[in-house]
Design a protein around this ligand. Structure first.
Ligand code: PLP
Length: 222
């Protein structure tokens, strides 16, 4: 199991500190914030950036350039946009860093509970999204990701994780879908018990985030 330290809203100094303690995988929700930090921390050559937030197709180019794993592919359109951009980076030639000359690893985000306002494909659409990724030579299918409904009821998250695992088993099992990205600070144990291979932990590592303070990087603040 691999721990992804979710560093959204936290400064580069906090990331440097976690890096010095041995952490290499960091997750961000907003691509602009991910890119800014990746550039600011460019000297940390073996750091891995995870794009865990909703991805718009017009940001595919930046994701394909900076993310080592995109957790949030939820439609064939997003898959195609990422693949096209990754292919462009590679065929642009030049002095490409080694990590760009390989297919981009992606996970499919599944909206298990079918929440209307939430990103992720519904379970019924999963087969189609998986196939769209496997058609693309510049993408590598890594597995599935989910974010459970926001609630204090611990059973809701547990059932959600078990459903993601069941979906994985219904769509080829760990051979086709080795990674299950699930579990955050509050529901970590349930996710691990259900078979998580990647857990995304923010608050429990970096402390509380100030509640929805808009930053210049937040699309909500323009
Ligand atoms: C913010 C976030 C996390 C981390 O949440 P914590 O409760 O701070 O651990 C994990 N996954 C996603 C998709 C997030 O947006």
């Amino acid at each position: 199991m691999r721990l992804i330290a979710v560093s959204k809203t936290k400064p580069a100094a906090a990331i440097r500190e976690a890096y010095a303690a041995g952490q290499r995988d960091f997750g961000e929700n907003y691509l602009q914030e991910l890119v800014r930090k990746a550039e600011e921390l460019g000297e940390l050559a073996d750091i891995r950036w995870h794009m865990i937030g909703h991805l718009q197709t017009n940001k595919a180019k930046l994701a394909a350039r900076h993310a080592s794993l995109v957790h949030s592919v939820d439609s064939p359109r997003v898959a195609e946009a990422l693949a096209r951009r990754r292919g462009e980076w590679v065929s642009a030639g030049m002095d490409l860093p080694a990590h760009l000359a390989t297919p981009l690893r992606v996970l499919v985000e599944v909206n298990i509970a079918g929440e209307a306002q939430k990103a992720g494909c519904v379970p019924a659409a999963l087969g189609e999204v998986l196939a769209s990724i496997e058609r693309e030579p510049w993408l590598a299918l890594g597995g599935l990701m989910t974010v459970p409904p926001f609630t204090d009821e611990p059973d809701v998250a547990r059932r959600c994780f078990e459903r993601l695992r069941a979906l994985r088993d219904a769509h080829g099992g760990p051979e086709r879908l080795p990674e299950l990205s699930m579990g955050m600070s509050d529901d970590l144990e349930a996710a691990i018990a259900a078979g998580a291979t990647l857990v995304r932990v923010g608050t429990a590592i970096f402390g509380a985030r100030s509640a929805r303070t808009p930053t210049p990087l937040d699309p909500a603040s323009g």
